[in-house]
Design a protein around this ligand. Structure first.
Ligand code: AHR
Length: 500
């Protein structure tokens, strides 16, 4: 019997809704086909955006969307994507499959998508191959309400009002595809570029994100924090609000990543063990950040995470299209629980990527659309958005088939939402075993319990032929007993319990 204690009297950090954020790059079929089909498409759309996809994402309560990349961001020149579509430049997407990018989806289309989704906008600027002037003028184009060359151009292009840029990334992976820089060199560029990311409207703050480390590159974190944070003049509010972290789960390695669907139990545990490494990374990068910023003014922004498998057979290797199984559901559940638990430092996270690329919540094939197991986990966790994390601890045992890839059998987090309800999410990492759990809840009187579960065999997935093989079901196995809850969590599952 696993003992689980939730102390609702020990309230911790707020879980920003942005922890449940997403990422959409001009890569493969994410933007084109996945989100945007154009006004003249036979696929039902509103101003070019797929109605089915927008509807599904709204149901999942998507809070924020990052765009246009990724590596694409440091090659993107925003002027190519505004103005009449017939005259927009065509270019080669060198990073991703060498296909023609016709720029029919640009700044106006991105903000239209965010409007339809009702989500915040996270724009990633170009430091690698763009100028300070270009970045500064893009911000002016998007956010300036008065009379100016860029605001006038936006109006001529059909949008009178300024948009709100909630988050702005100053470059992407500048240690790699974004310019192969050293941390000090990037840190100095960050200082310079961010100066011209002006806040024209003082009521609408732009949260500025500096490019952070790849996985365990602690020197990068140290170098950027040292160069940027320490020298932040007190009057420069918003100098550096966030530092990004990118960490993907490859079950095997960078060269041979491993199949998304054809895996054995060893690969199952290996994948989950590698996923859990996220917590080590947050702790270690967080410890470096703490040295400069003990008050945690700078958020750790995990703006790329998720599984990265070998592409589906027969698809363009540059499109990064992969299927999604119960294993991805567990990866999502584990990561989201980790982010909740570290919401004092992790202020936003963006799974890669929204549709048809890597660990997507949605896959499309022509007019068809399916929701992946990962989608269902995001939807089940949505009640944590803007809730307050509470202290919780579960007894676990180590499980797995190889010594190197042992994992704790259970992962959890708990919060109190704005309506005073207790929200609990638990994942069972075992592919085969269920576990009884006895929960003690301190300081919470609510009696009414409801629960929902995602559970299937580890390879289970949704396909275009069988789109509902993996869906969320009501779970009536949770009993309210004196002082807590009793339940048995099935193998290979993600469980969401509400007590009110
Ligand atoms: O998400 C795919 C790619 O992974 C992004 O473009 C890049 O930032 C990262 O390396």
């Amino acid at each position: 019997m696993a003992k689980y204690v939730i102390n609702t009297e020990n309230k911790k950090s707020k879980i920003n809704k942005e922890i449940y954020g997403h990422f959409s790059e001009h890569l493969g079929r994410c933007i084109y086909e996945g989100l945007y089909v154009g006004e003249n498409s036979d696929i039902p759309n509103t101003n070019g955006m797929r109605n089915d996809v927008v509807e599904a994402l709204k149901e999942m309560k998507i809070p924020v969307l990052r765009w246009p990349g990724g590596c694409f961001a440091d090659e993107y020149h925003w002027r190519d994507g505004v103005g009449p579509k017939e005259t927009r430049k065509k270019m080669i997407n060198t990073h991703w499959g060498g296909v023609v990018e016709d720029n029919s989806f640009g700044t106006h289309e991105f903000f239209e998508l965010c409007r339809q989704l009702g989500c915040k906008a996270y724009i990633n600027g170009n430091v690698g191959s763009g100028t300070v002037q270009e970045m500064s003028e893009w911000v002016e184009y998007m956010t300036f309400e008065g009379v100016s060359p860029m605001a006038d151009m936006r109006k001529e292009n059909g949008h009178e009002d300024a948009w709100t840029v909630d988050y702005f990334g100053v470059g992407n992976e500048n240690w790699g595809c974004g310019g192969n820089m050293t941390p000090e060199y990037y840190g100095n560029l960050y200082r310079r570029y961010q100066t011209y990311v002006r806040e024209y409207n003082h009521d609408k703050k732009i949260f500025k994100v500096a490019c952070g480390p790849n996985v365990d590159d602690y020197e990068w974190t140290e170098g950027v924090m040292k160069t940027c944070f320490r020298h932040c003049p007190p009057q420069a509010h918003g100098f550096m609000d966030g530092l990004s972290l990118h960490y993907y789960t490859y079950p095997e390695g960078w060269e041979i990543k491993g199949s998304a669907t054809d895996f054995d139990e060893k690969a199952w545990y290996k994948t989950l063990a590698k996923t859990l490494y996220m917590e080590t990374l947050i702790n270690r990068h967080g410890a470096i950040m703490d040295q400069y910023d003990p008050e945690k003014q700078v958020g750790l922004i995990v703006d790329e995470w998720g599984t990265w498998f070998t592409v589906e057979p027969g698809t363009n290797p540059g499109f990064l299209y992969q299927q999604n199984t119960m294993r991805d559901a567990l990866v999502a559940g584990i990561n989201l629980n980790i982010f909740n638990k570290h919401s004092d430092r992790v202020k936003m996270a963006n799974i890669a990527q929204l549709v048809n690329v890597l660990q997507s919540v949605i896959l499309t094939d022509g007019p068809q659309m399916i929701k992946t197991p990962t989608y269902h986990v995001f939807k089940m966790f949505k009640d944590h958005q803007e809730a307050t994390l509470v202290d919780s601890h579960i007894e676990t045992e180590q499980i797995g088939l190889e010594d190197e890839y042992q994992v704790p059998n259970l992962s959890e987090s708990a919060s109190i939402d704005a309506d005073g309800r207790l929200q609990i999410t638990i994942a069972n990492l075992s592919a085969t075993d269920s576990y009884p759990v006895e929960t003690r809840i301190v300081g919470f009187a609510g009696e009414k319990v409801s629960a929902e579960i995602l559970t299937e065999e580890m390879h289970a997935m949704n396909t275009f032929e069988n789109p509902n093989a993996v869906t969320v079901k009501a779970f009536d196995g949770v009993e309210r007993v004196h002082g807590g809850l009793k339940f048995t969590i099935p193998a290979c599952s993600v469980l969401h319990i509400t007590v009110e």
